[in-house]
Design a protein around this ligand. Sequence first.
Ligand code: IPE
Ligand code: IPE
Ligand code: MG
Length: 243
Amino acid sequence: MNDPTVRFNAALHHLGVIMDGNGRWAQQRGLPRSAGHQAGVQALKRLVSFAGEYNIRIITAFAFSTENWHRPSSEVNFLMRLLAETIAKEIDELAEKGVHLRFIGRLHELPKDLIRTLDGAMARTAANDQLVLNVALNYGGRAEIVDAVRKIADLVQRGQLALDDIGEELVARQMTTEGLPDPDLIIRTGGEHRLSNFLLWQSAYAELWVTSTYWPDFDRRELVRALMAYQVRKRRFGRIHEI
Ligand code: IPE
Ligand code: IPE
Ligand code: MG
């Protein structure tokens, strides 16, 4: 089961990761929380480097939630800087590997220079098709639903949309994940059994897998454990048999 070389063939197109436990990982080592976030970047880099071997085509990684602004400003500022620096440092390699970088969340509320970096990275990698790396930044599932409701209400108010046109597909198209399939599996590291406002609309039928391993220690072995568990799940989508 823990053979890291195992090939994985079940249909898993979209993997969501709630990258939790950076702070506790650092604390355990007597290091500042910032060191945990730095180590967390390396863990995401590792995941991106081997995801394709397991037929994963889309990764949505939760990097900063709408609630994370309530942390001390020193930590928030560090995270914003780390994000900008990481993108600047990694963009060449990601582009070369065919990774399409996307960012979801209320991006317009982020610092201006970070927005410029995000826009540049998205534009530069838009035509890539090896892996979509979707980074959720200032993202909250509730905020996303609120924004979608506002867009729909606006269209109705302008007379461009009738109430009867509003269905699940139309709502899904207003989400920041527009064009992407829903996540098949959501992995949460750090041991908490909750979504913490991650992909609320999209996770309706996602399989959930929690590990107590802190995010910076997440490696190929952990991914394989999650995939093995996923592989034997019976996805019924409300029916009586698996589809
Ligand atoms: C996850 O790790 C990263 C972010 C939320 C930015 P945490 O920083 O939440 O680490 P813990 O949960 O405090 O250990
Ligand atoms: C979830 O982790 C958000 C990210 C991983 C970015 P948190 O550490 O913010 O979640 P809670 O506070 O434990 O629910
Ligand atoms: Mg946490």
